[in-house]
Each structure stands twice: as C-alpha cells, then as structure tokens.
Design a protein around this ligand. Structure first.
Ligand SMILES: Cc1cc2nc3c(=O)[nH]c(=O)nc-3n(C[C@H](O)[C@H](O)[C@H](O)COP(=O)(O)O)c2cc1C
Length: 186
C-alpha cells in the first residue's frame, strides 16, 4: 500500500446510482495505478442527520465519520448528479459543512452524471468553482457521463473510459505511480 488515502463521495441518494457507479469506477482505476486505499460513499452513507444539521457539530456520528474521511483524504473524487443544471441541494449542504481551509491544496477529481448531454458543462460551471472556493486542486480533466454511457449501472462507453484514464493520469502530478504498465494501457 502506498499509504495514500482516496475518498469518493457521490451526491446521490439513489441506489443503484449512476453517480456512485462512476465514482467507484474512477476510484478503482486510480487505486490500481497509485495503490491508494480507497473508500466511496453516497448520501445514504452520510445518513439522515445531514438534512437537519445547520452546523457540523449537529451531525450524528455516522455523518461526522464520512465528513472526517473526506477532509482527511489525500485525494478526493467528487461525483454529483445533475439536478436542474447544477448539483443537488443536499449534496451542497454536505459540502457547506466543510471548513474553508480543510480542502486547501487537495487534489480533487470532479465528475457528474446527467440524463443527457445538455448540462455537460455543469462540471466546469458548477463543480469547479465550488471547489475553487476551497482553494483545492481540481484536476484539469473533468468527467461528465450521461445515461447512454451506462449499461446496467456499469460504464459502457469507450469515450468516457478514455476520459477517465486521462484524469487518473493527471494524479501523477501528486502521487507516485506504482503500476506504470497499467498506465500505458489506459
Ligand atoms: C430532480 C431531478 C432533476 C434533474 N435535472 C437534470 C438536469 O437538469 N439535467 C440533466 O441532464 N439531468 C437531470 N436529471 C437526471 C439526473 O441527473 C440523472 O438521471 C443522474 O444520472 C442521476 O444520478 P444517480 O443515478 O446517481 O442518482 C434530473 C433528475 C432529477 C431527479
């Protein structure tokens, strides 16, 4: 193990979820290449206290544990479903409970899913500025996937897969690659 920890969070309550499937797929590929220890969560893992907590101290133990994992990760994968051209309010509320300094200089892969391609730029116009606020390093390649990129909640698009390979490769600016042979295949 490299000792580096990767955490993925999907801002969806749906199970199954395309967003969680995407986040898990990216986490697996990144973990293969950099030997990360990885964990992935969705909003069900955060639990019901999120909706009634105005402050972090109001969260229950379950939610606090997920938030602690997020802020202590060496790298993050953020995944959001697209709701009305942006991220869902519940997801934003989770992010609102993070202190401004806690994501500073953290490498973040930003990803989103949507029904179609119309809102593909939500990764650039919504997610990237959100994490810009935290002064995080959002990686240059953002990943957006629409319904047709999945078959039975598994990624089935070569174009999407190759874009994921690009952003996973960009983590090499921060972490040593342990499986360069895999990198060559991506
Ligand atoms: C309330 C709501 C609003 C949505 N708004 C959009 C939208 O503006 N643009 C879009 O492309 N898809 C939209 N969708 C579709 C979801 O973004 C899409 O199905 C997403 O992949 C769901 O992710 P999940 O399976 O992880 O929950 C919306 C879905 C819901 C439930």
């Amino acid at each position: 193990m490299s000792g580096f920890k990767l955490v993925g969070i999907a801002g969806s309550f749906n199970r199954p979820s395309k967003t969680l499937a995407l986040v898990r797929h990216v986490a697996e590929r990144a973990s293969d290449r950099y030997d990360f220890t990885s964990k992935t969560y969705d909003l069900n893992d955060v639990g019901p206290s999120l909706g009634s907590s105005l402050w972090r101290k109001d969260l229950d133990e379950q939610a606090r544990r997920v938030l602690d994992d997020i802020v202590h990760a060496d790298a993050l994968i953020i995944g959001s479903p697209t709701y009305k051209g942006s991220y869902p309010g519940h997801f934003k509320h989770l992010i609102d409970l993070i202190d401004p300094h806690e994501l500073r200089a953290k490498p973040i892969i930003i990803t989103a899913t949507g029904g179609g391609d119309r809102h593909a730029l939500m990764v650039e116009h919504q997610l990237r500025p959100l994490f810009g606020f935290f002064m995080a390093y959002t990686l240059p390649t953002a990943v957006y996937a629409s319904d047709r990129d999945f078959t039975d909640y598994a990624i089935s698009s070569d174009a999407l897969s190759s874009r994921i390979g690009e952003v996973v490769g960009e983590l090499a600016a921060f972490f040593p690659e342990v499986k360069p042979a895999l990198a060559a295949a991506e």
